[in-house]
Structures are given as structure tokens and as C-alpha cells.
Design a binder for this molecule. Sequence first.
Ligand SMILES: [Zn+2]
Length: 139
Amino acid sequence: MPKEWACGACTCFNPMGAKKCGICETPAPPMEDIIAEHKEKLNAERKQRGEVVVESKAEVVPLHMKRLSMLQSDLRHMISHEQRLKLLAEIAEKKAREEKEAAEKAALKAEEEAKHAKEQEKKVQTDNLNQGLLALNND
Ligand SMILES: [Zn+2]
């Protein structure tokens, strides 16, 4: 049994238990592919050592199946990439919305403060006027 599998997208090695690549999050290939690839590698090593390797036909994965599996992996990778982009866009949108709300709140507060200041000013003017009238009446 192989101890690790090579990511088809970034070629990084991941432990057998990993369901997706630790680097690029590409899902692990099917177990049969990992085992077949491992056997191929072992056979290649044996051949290099000059050992006679008997390859049983059942173990050889047909080329079209390999291509199909690669396409499936590419597709999964593309989808996860698209989902990540969508998520990032949603986060940016939410942040922009929050910033806009905060700006609107600040503007509203400033407006209220200005209104309050104006009312205060009017009150002072009225008080002054009343005091003036009172002074006139007392004369
Ligand atoms: Zn990877």
C-alpha cells in the first residue's frame, strides 16, 4: 500500500488519509488510481534494478480511463476554484455594504448633531429675546 499520493494539480505529496491536497485543495484521486500509480512506480524501480517484472494486464489502467480521471480532477479543481472566487466576492461585497452602512450612519449622526446645535442656538436667541422683553417691561 502506498503511504502518500501525488496531487494531480500541483504535484505535492499528501498522506494517504488526506481527502484533498494540503496545498491547493484538489480532491484526492480515486484509491484505484493511487494504488495503480504506486505499483507502476514500484515496477519501474524493479526494472531499473534489472529485475524481471511481469505486468498483469488487469493492473494497467487504460489510457482513456486515465484521461477521464484527469478530466474529473480538473473539473473538481475548477469548481472549487470558482466557489472560492465566489466566496471572496461575497466577502468583499459584505465588507463594502458594511462600510456604506457605517458611512450612512455617520452622516446621519452628523446631521442630527448639526440640527441639535441649530436648535440650541435658536433657544439661546429666544432666551435673550425674552430677557430683553422682560427688561423692557420692568422699566
Ligand atoms: Zn495540490
